[in-house]
Design a protein around this ligand. Structure first.
Ligand code: ATP
Ligand code: MG
Length: 287
């Protein structure tokens, strides 16, 4: 049964709702988009690419020390939405974002916000591993150097080692730190990219289909790693694999045509979805 109170909460916060798409009525979000003491808060977020209204009035919280999975059919706005969290959409010509997004209570779209430290606080791991054309060591050391996080070479060495350990890669690469990052396997490269993200001390890690280029064994390692990392970070993962979402996340958000349809505890969303569109998607009738 749908607890009426939760749905009302979701709708109340939609006070600034505006559907400028002209593409039909907006779907209200069902479930539990909000959490206590959130790490990040989105309210009434809209994203447009010229005439395309790609994300429609989305309100959602990102909790601390947990993984939230974003699922939904291709083109529903998952990547566009998570790119709002560290202002990666700023780099896309013609892309416009409205609404409020807060990180620890601070508006990340405020005029005085410098996106360089923001993107360290809210790091991103992409679909295809993209190590820099540098050594394994320098891939991880690059960010801390840029951000002035180490005063001495030994401090930098320590950050590199700790980050590689947290990314579950240290034992595999400790004797070849000077080798190019691109010499590693795909799964190792993805863990190197995760180490690179961790090295600059993020609070949130965004992962957009981080395993889609990996085999099942490499995927399993990344999934274990995600489970470890959530002890320290908030993680947002976009995935097309419902099994993966079920394995790694505590909350799941289902998107459809730019609307956030449903959010809830992962188990509930997969076993007892409240919205018909969610049900159609998870049972394979759509997408
Ligand atoms: N750079 C861009 N310029 C113009 N339109 C874009 C751009 N990126 C995305 N879109 C449009 O925005 C909508 C949402 O796209 P988005 O890539 O966010 O979807 P997605 O859910 O991540 O899809 P997928 O699962 O295929 O990765 C789509 O209609 C897409 O065509
Ligand atoms: Mg995408």
């Amino acid at each position: 049964m749908k607890p009426a109170g939760e749905v009302a909460t979701a709708r109340e916060d939609r006070s600034t709702a505006s559907d400028a798409s002209g593409a039909g009525r907006k779907e209200s979000t069902v479930g539990q988009p909000f959490v206590g003491n959130p790490r990040m808060t989105c309210r009434g977020v809209n994203v447009y690419y010229s005439q395309t209204h790609a994300v429609r009035d989305v309100s959602l919280d990102i909790g601390r020390n947990q993984v939230i999975a974003m699922i939904g059919p291709s083109g529903c706005g998952k990547s566009t939405f998570i790119r709002c969290f560290n202002r990666m959409n700023d780099t896309i010509e013609g892309c416009r974002v409205s609404g409020k997004i807060l990180l620890d209570g601070q508006d990340i779209y405020a005029r005085n916000v410098d996106v360089v430290p923001l993107r360290a606080q809210v790091g991103m791991v992409f679909q295809k591993p993209n190590p820099f054309p540098k050594s394994i060591y320098d891939n991880v050391a690059y960010g801390p150097k840029i951000h002035g996080l180490a005063r001495t070479r030994s401090e930098l060495d320590e950050i590199v080692e700790t980050s590689l350990r947290k990314a579950g890669l240290w034992e595999e690469v400790k004797d070849q730190l000077s080798h190019p990052g691109t010499s590693l396997s795909g799964g190792q490269q993805q863990r190197l990219c995760i180490a690179r993200t961790i090295a600059v001390g993020p609070e949130v890690i965004l992962m957009d289909e981080p395993c889609s280029a990996l085999d099942p064994i490499a995927t399993g390692k990344i999934e274990e790693l995600i489970d470890d990392l959530r002890r320290q970070y908030s993680i947002v993962i976009v995935t097309h694999s419902m099994q993966q979402a079920a394995r790694v996340s505590q909350r799941t958000a289902y998107f459809h045509l730019g609307d956030l349809i449903e959010v809830g505890h992962t188990e509930q969303v997969f076993t007892a979805p409240r919205h018909k569109l969610t049900q159609d998607y998870i049972t394979g009738r759509f997408g």
